[in-house]
Design a protein around this ligand. Sequence first.
Ligand code: ATP
Length: 325
Amino acid sequence: MKRIGVLTSGGDAPGMNACLRALVLTAHANELEVIGFQRGFNGVIDQEYQTLSPYHVSGIIQDGGTLLKSARCPAMLTEEGLKQAAENLHDLELDALLVIGGDGSFRGCLELAPYYQGKLLGIPGTIDNDVDGSDFSIGFATALDTALDAIDKIRDTADAFERIFLVEVMGRHTGYLAVAAGIAAGAEQIICPELASELDLDKIAEHVEQARKHRGNCSYIIVIAETMYPGGASALAADLEQRGIECRASILGHIQRGGRPVGADRILATKLGAFAVEQLVQGAHLMMAGEINGKAGLYPLALTGDKKKQVDSYLLRWQQQVAQY
Ligand code: ATP
């Protein structure tokens, strides 16, 4: 093995740069050349890349975003795009491609595998934390802290005005971020796909009324995962208002993706970046480098999107029992 490629794909996540740094330094120590592709799989298809040396990754461990930029790449969904990507990887004589992203990006690897003769390895980098085979994905810890910082501030104004707030957090298909942020912020209600596939507005309103009965007029925060309600948190606020519950909607949006990675993300990213390269050298293929119970390990890429990973049901049960008091 002489030369490997790397790209960051899907939604960017804080810690991707720390991962790139670890990966390049480990590759250098193993006498491997690293080619970094721009804008996810687009860089492979459009042949936009650069050689990455330790010099290029020095001083980036603390930066959010990704040095290589990230993007969705619809061309990967076509046979023509997959063939082109494989051809370009062969032309560059790349022995392997490392993909930092979510389970969608890993599906891209699996689709590419029949056409590409080199090895393919994934590293979980997504604020959604919805990848099977790793307790945490790179970026989740930072996104959680960012969401918490915002919700704590919303709590101050909610307290002052005795208001009800709906706070929408990211997570297209899963509620990891919503549950973690809701629990850590002491939210009175959490609305996420794991708790309810359909929303019962009467139940939501009843919970608010019960809480106000126990505690008098007070702040009340509902954390809701995006895509849980048609039209989002603003539409839900309007519909609750029809039921006599006056509330404000606050959509945290893209601030959750940005910012300096917290320590936990830098450490996870460093560990997984280094481990992925070491495993590549030892012949790993179609695997993801993840961390379970604090130990780095390999997990089949084909299983990373199985959605077996559960949000903490113990905490959710507790939340439902006590949140009205
Ligand atoms: P996140 O959930 O954090 O945004 P992700 O990696 O799951 O990360 P996706 O948008 O699902 O994000 O996928 C990223 C890219 O991976 C897609 O734009 C596409 O290039 C590739 N990809 C996803 N699914 C497939 C597929 N079935 N076949 C080929 N390529 C795919």
